[in-house]
Every structure is written in structure tokens, then in C-alpha cells.
Design a protein around this ligand. Structure first.
Ligand SMILES: C[S@@+](CC[C@H](N)C(=O)[O-])C[C@H]1O[C@@H](n2cnc3c(N)ncnc32)[C@H](O)[C@@H]1O
Length: 420
């Protein structure tokens, strides 16, 4: 097949397979994909489905609707409500289409990653590692035990003050910054029982999401070197994925200064003290943790100006002004105009790093669960060919808009090559 050129650069290709990946993946040939990078449904509803009695009554809406929403899947989305990521069917398909030695990265929820991991392993993959995306900005969805006791006893708590909580997000590659303030009441226990349990909750602050790093076994009888030569797969691109000195993606201890001979490498005070004999000018060895913030609204919306917008309330299915729309409830969706309606968009920066880690330059990456298309955006920006599947029609125009933005950005990046 003839490839399209931009100057002398090969334009990356993108193919969207609309529908259920169990069906659409059948279109792909055996051993044709270099890497799989995906963020499948976390199936966070399963507490109810899996642990309730078969004839249990359907969950009720309750005071804030949380329980019923949870039983339908994340933020009430029916696509999170099944169990496709827990079954081997989809991973067997990924195994079939991946080249021998090809890597797979799949995200999962902290409460459900074990089920996805077992399904991936049971499909024939070797589990190689677990990678943690650290974002630190999650809000604990914790039940206040003391307040619960007062409510249960019918006692009203006195408001004794309030405090301002600021949720901010940093500059991303399309320039979005901002913050939102929320006022939170401080109340004191109304009963001795509540006083005894003051300070107790039921959940930790979510600060990271895990991903499984797995590999289809090398071709039988081949060493890593032979497999890489035959298929282009089997290794990780360590040098391309190194953490530059001073890069905030590394949250471990920082050395202070780096110098090689008379030249100086690194970022001043953050790099002082490193032994020149042990440093690599491209940065430190990539770790299995990676820190970056959740994507800003500007990053999620890039390329979607032509789509109709909805409000934060419409996006979450909650009432305007309800706690669920404030950043402290973790939704971060109080922006008036939302075009990317997907609730679980991943950062492009994180997916660019992962794509480069597991795929040879210019290789083909598959994402069976595209969502709003972050794998495609990151992949195109980095020059990979992308094949992606998405079940939900609502997200198809969002994927197409973001992909078209990514092509423009890729062309901007390579404009100098076109001139010669
Ligand atoms: C967690 S989201 C992916 C979000 C994505 N990483 C992003 O940044 O936008 C998972 C997606 O998988 C899709 N999905 C669920 N079951 C599917 C299936 N059987 N075939 C294809 N897509 C499916 C859902 O519609 C949802 O958009």
C-alpha cells in the first residue's frame, strides 16, 4: 500500500473501527500489530453485580444517587457496566493480532486491576511489570462516619466555620491553566457517639492509576535479539523514554548537578551531585512510575470547536449546583461548555511516553477501547500508525475531531521537512 508523504515524512495512518471490538478486531490479520496500548472499562460497578444475591432488589437512588450510579458503571456509563476487560475474549484477540514479543499496556482501576491482569495472563501473555500513573489530584470519595452517625441519630450539626479549597491544573501542551475554589463548611459533632468517631472515613485519596505491562511470548526458539531482528518487537525503547533530568514526571530524589568534562548537562540546581561516570546524557532510566497531571479541559477539547456543547450538569447527569459538579467531588466538570463528554480522558503526555516505550518508531499501535481517542492523538503526534476500536457512537465524532487536531499538530512539528 502506498503511504502518503508530507515533504519527505511519512504521514502516520489512523483507522477507527466502529462497534464492538470483539467483532471489529476480526478484521485484523494475525501477527500484524507492534503494540497494544489501552484503557479498557474498569468495571467499577461490579460490587453490586458480583456480590449481591441474584434476586437482590435493584439499587435505589438514595440521597445523592451515588449507589445507583455506581451500580451502572463509572459515572452511570453502561459501557463500564459489563465485564469485557475481565474476560479473556478481547485479550485473546489482542494476542492473535500482536507480533510475537509485542508489548501490551492496559490500565485498570486500583480495585479491579487484578481481574484484568488475570484475564491478560490467562490469554497467554507474560506479565512483565506494573506501571503507576501518579496524578495526586483525586478527591477521596469517603463517607464521614461521624456525620453519618449524627444523621442516623437525627441530630443537626452546628456550622462552626468554613474553609476555601482550591483545585488547580497546570499548563499543558495546548496551554490550558486554571483553578476553581469551593467553600466547605466545618461542623462539630452533635452527639457523643459522633464525637467518638470524629475523624473517621471510609476511603483513601486516589492518587494513581495502575497499568499492566505484558508481552506476547517471543517466537518459539528465538532469543530477544533474533526476535527483534525478525519482528521488530520484544524490547522496550529505554533511551527514547528516559526521564530528562529535572522533568517533573520523576518524583523520586533528584541529583543536583551534572557535568561531563567541561560541558554541563541537565537543569542546574536540580541536577547537582550526580556522578558523571554513571549518568546518561539523555536522562535517567525510565521508572515504572510516571507523574503528570490529569488533562486540562483545553487539552481534552482541542479540535472539537465544531461540535455542539453541553453543560457540566448534562455531562454528569446531575443537578446544576449539586456536590457532584464541584471539583471537590472529583468530577472537575463545572466548565459551562463541554464538547468532549467522555468521563475518563487520559493525558496525551502519558500516552506519548507509553507509546514510545513499547513500540518501534513508525510501528502500528492498537487500542481496542479508544474512548475519546487519547491513544490516537498521542500516537499520531509521535508518528505511529494507529488502529482503534470504539463501541459508543457518542464518542466517534470526538475521536475524529481530536485526531484531525493531532494531524495538524504533527504537520506543524514537521513543517521544516516539507520545505526541503
Ligand atoms: C476507559 S474508556 C477509554 C478512555 C480513553 N483512554 C480516553 O482517554 O478517552 C473505555 C472505552 O471503551 C469503550 N468500550 C467498552 N466496551 C467496548 C467494546 N466491547 N468494544 C469497543 N469499545 C468498547 C467505551 O465506550 C469507552 O469509551
Amino acid at each position: 500500500m502506498e503511504r502518503k508523504l508530507y515533504g519527505d515524512m511519512i504521514i502516520p495512518e489512523f483507522k477507527l473501527l466502529k462497534g464492538d471490538c470483539l467483532e471489529t478486531l476480526k478484521q485484523l490479520e494475525d501477527n500484524s500489530i507492534d503494540a497494544v496500548l489501552c484503557d479498557p472499562p474498569y468495571h467499577l460497578q461490579s460490587i453490586v453485580k458480583r456480590f449481591s444475591a441474584e434476586d437482590a432488589k435493584e439499587s435505589q437512588y438514595g440521597k445523592d444517587g451515588l449507589f445507583q450510579r455506581a451500580s451502572k458503571g463509572f459515572m452511570g456509563k453502561s459501557w463500564d457496566g459489563g465485564d469485557i476487560a475481565f474476560r479473556t475474549d478481547v485479550w485473546r484477540e489482542c494476542y492473535r493480532v500482536l507480533k510475537p514479543g509485542g508489548h501490551l499496556v492496559a490500565f485498570g482501576g486500583t480495585r479491579t486491576i487484578h481481574r484484568i491482569t488475570c484475564a491478560i495472563e490467562d490469554s497467554g501473555f507474560e506479565i512483565r511489570d506494573m506501571i503507576s500513573w501518579l496524578y495526586f489530584s483525586g478527591f477521596p470519595k469517603s463517607h464521614d462516619v461521624s456525620k453519618g452517625i449524627d444523621r442516623h441519630l437525627g441530630a443537626e450539626r452546628e456550622v462552626v466555620g468554613d474553609y476555601q479549597k482550591r483545585e488547580s491544573w497546570g499548563k499543558d501542551f495546548v496551554g490550558g491553566t486554571g483553578y476553581e475554589d469551593t467553600s466547605i463548611n466545618i461542623t462539630k459533632p452533635a452527639t457523643p457517639q459522633a464525637a467518638q468517631w470524629e475523624g473517621w472515613g471510609t476511603a483513601l485519596k486516589p492518587s494513581y492509576e495502575p497499568a499492566i505491562l505484558a508481552r506476547k511470548p517471543l517466537e518459539k526458539g528465538l532469543t530477544v535479539a533474533q526476535n527483534v531482528l525478525k519482528w521488530g518487537t520484544g524490547g522496550l525503547n529505554i533511551d527514547k523514554s528516559r526521564f530528562r533530568y529535572g522533568d517533573s514526571c520523576w518524583v523520586g530524589p533528584n541529583e543536583k548537578d551534572i557535568s561531563i568534562g567541561s560541558g554541563k548537562i541537565g537543569y542546574g540546581s536540580q541536577c547537582r551531585g550526580l556522578n558523571p561516570g554513571t549518568i546518561n546524557p539523555y536522562g535517567r532510566w525510565p521508572a515504572n512510575i510516571y507523574q503528570c497531571p490529569k488533562p486540562s479541559r483545553a487539552e481534552k477539547e482541542a479540535g472539537l470547536e465544531h461540535l455542539p456543547s453541553i453543560t457540566g450538569a448534562e455531562a454528569t447527569g446531575r443537578e446544576e449546583g449539586s456536590a457532584g459538579l464541584t471539583p471537590r467531588a472529583g468530577a472537575g466538570r463545572s466548565a459551562a461548555e463541554i464538547r468532549n463528554t467522555h468521563p475518563t480522558v487520559k493525558p496525551v503526555r502519558l500516552f506519548s511516553w507509553l507509546a514510545n516505550l513499547i513500540c518501534r518508531p513508525g510501528g502500528i499501535i492498537l487500542d481496542p477501547f479508544l474512548g475519546s481517542g487519547t491513544t490516537a492523538v498521542a500516537g499520531i503526534l509521535e508518528g505511529f500508525d494507529i488502529v482503534g476500536c470504539e463501541l459508543t457512537p457518542e464518542y466517534w465524532p470526538i475521536i475524529e475531531g481530536r485526531v484531525s487536531w493531532a494531524y495538524d499538530a504533527w504537520k506543524d512539528k514537521h513543517r521544516q521537512y516539507k520545505l526541503f
